[in-house]
Design a protein around this ligand. Structure first.
Ligand code: SF4
Length: 497
């Protein structure tokens, strides 16, 4: 039966039809909504404190014969990379699919990274579907191939793709019974596991990408486009209008080398259209045009970018005239909620000239204003502060502390470091939709002697100034928990310039 659904629902249907039994994720744009839709299915689905734990639980589920799914935003791929990379040669049992939500344009993320590269590092299949039907097929195929190759599959999606509507035909595939982990892999040395992987699993992946119906060629003129992901739909409209051939790769890793080679030989000029980085283009360097030749921008791709690139297709390179966007050019800034109970802490920090490490929760919003100096990734504030001179100062949320910040405190205690940590305890992940955060006060107090809790409802700037003056000169680790609740009507201030 065919139906018109969006990419998000295509994911839910494919997961149901693949008989998945274990779903885990970590909230964040653009995957929170996908997970919330999966919560409405009968499949056991849970938010995890971090992506590494989420992926590890899938390895366990896979070992005992349960198909599993990890849903993470792109930066979460960095966190789960350790078990992901080793899982391919360790081998798995039942299929594991990782859905990586990329954010071209960094609308609600700290960067624009491209999750497809993890396919190269982990040597695993990567699908970059271009329509809801291909999302559905990629997940179904992802499980089938994951069990065949005994390695996880990655399906990369983006926010625009998750919202895109299209016709989807559900398949009544008879999925074979899920595998359990085969212990005979332990007969091999670690080197031997990698050798075996390259004699069996990786060739099976290469064979698959060369022959799958997921990759589609439309032959037209002597100019060609190779594309993947959401921009394929934009490119196809233009290619049809301009009589340009089009190779749409929905399975991008391993790159279908024979298929691509044939396409290159049949066309005089070939443009690669992809988000976010030149993943395909890097593998075809000097033989194609795209981001590295200046024909297309890095990051998010729009129809105008493709049309402009085709206007310049006769040129070997195009001068990049894009001025890197500044907040003042964008025309608005995002700041703490007007009635945020934690504002007095930042006001107090403004009076001191030591550096402050923030996190990618609400504290990152205070970076352009100057209250925090560095804010890199979720849970990183404490580790960063450990590199500062004197007593390093960090501001971190309770969700980020549980995600990966706690290890920073453990490290500080183990190494007798001087560290002052402010933990914003609002009980939720405020930036990603209010998912619950764990209260770690007792855990921290079991390691750190100097722990106090401040009631953020009543604490003024002067209260925080006194605390900072007292703690900053004290040796060792000091942790200050700020207990507060985000007001019900809290919403970030958008200030237009
Ligand atoms: S969400 Fe909560 S913690 Fe974040 S700025 Fe708003 S009120 Fe403050």
């Amino acid at each position: 039966m065919k139906q018109i659904i969006n990419g998000k629902t295509a994911i839910t249907q494919a997961v149901l039809d693949s008989h998945v039994e274990h779903i885990v994720g970590v909230p964040g744009y653009p995957i929170t909504d996908i997970m919330e839709e999966l919560f409405n299915t009968p499949i056991q689905s849970k938010w995890c404190v971090n992506e590494k734990i989420a992926f590890e639980s899938c390895i366990g589920a896979s070992g005992v014969g349960k198909r599993s799914l990890v849903i993470t935003k792109h930066v979460g791929m960095n966190v789960l990379a350790d078990p992901l990379v080793t899982s391919t040669t360790h081998t798995i049992g039942a299929g594991i699919v990782v859905i990586a939500g990329d954010d071209p344009g960094a609308k609600k993320s700290q960067n624009e990274q491209d999750s497809r590269y993890y396919g190269l590092i982990a040597e695993t299949l990567v699908f970059d579907p271009s329509t809801p039907q291909y999302i559905y097929d990629a997940i179904m195929e992802g499980y089938r191939l994951s069990e065949k190759t005994m390695a996880p599959s990655i399906v990369r999606i983006t926010s625009r793709l998750a919202r895109l509507k299209g016709e989807v035909k559900r398949r009544v595939w008879k999925m074979p019974a899920a595998r359990v982990f085969d212990r005979s892999i332990w007969d091999y040395t670690l080197e031997g596991k990698h050798q075996l992987f390259h004699q069996t699993s990786y060739p099976a992946m290469q064979e698959y990408v060369e022959n799958t119906q997921m990759n589609k060629i439309v032959r037209r003129g002597s100019t060609g486009i190779i594309s993947s992901g959401y921009p394929s739909g934009l490119a196809e409209k233009i290619a049809e209008e301009k009589n340009i051939s089009h190779l749409i790769l929905n399975a991008v890793n391993p790159l279908p080398a024979r298929h691509v080679e044939k396409f290159l030989k049949q066309h005089q000029r070939v443009l690669v259209v992809e988000e976010t980085e030149p993943f395909i283009e890097h593998q075809l360097y000097d033989r194609v045009l795209g981001k590295h030749t200046g024909h297309l921008p890095y990051g998010r791709i729009n129809s105008e970018h493709i049309s402009d690139a085709l206007e310049n297709i006769h040129l070997n390179s195009v001068k990049n005239t894009i001025e890197p966007q500044k907040i003042k050019h964008r025309g608005y800034g995002v700041y703490l909620c007007r009635n945020c109970p934690f504002t007095p802490l930042y006001d107090a920090l403004d009076d001191f000239d030591f550096p402050v490490a923030g996190d990618v929760g609400c504290s990152i919003l205070m970076a352009p204003k100057g209250s925090v100096d560095l804010a890199v990734s979720l849970g990183s504030a404490i580790g960063i502060a450990l590199g500062f001179n004197n007593k390093g100062v960090a501001v971190i949320g309770d969700f980020a502390l549980a995600h990966s910040g706690l290890q920073g405190i453990i490290n500080a205690v183990q190494n007798d470091c001087d560290l002052l940590v402010f933990v914003i305890c609002n009980g939720i992940a405020a930036m990603t939709g209010g998912q619950q955060a764990v209260d770690l006060k007792k855990v921290v107090a079991s390691m750190v002697k100097d722990v106090i809790t401040v009631d953020a409802k009543s604490a003024t700037r002067d209260v925080y100034t006194t605390i900072i003056n007292e703690k900053i000169t004290k040796k060792g680790v000091s942790v200050v928990f700020l207990d507060g609740t985000c007001p019900k009507d809290a919403s970030f201030q958008i200030i237009k310039f």
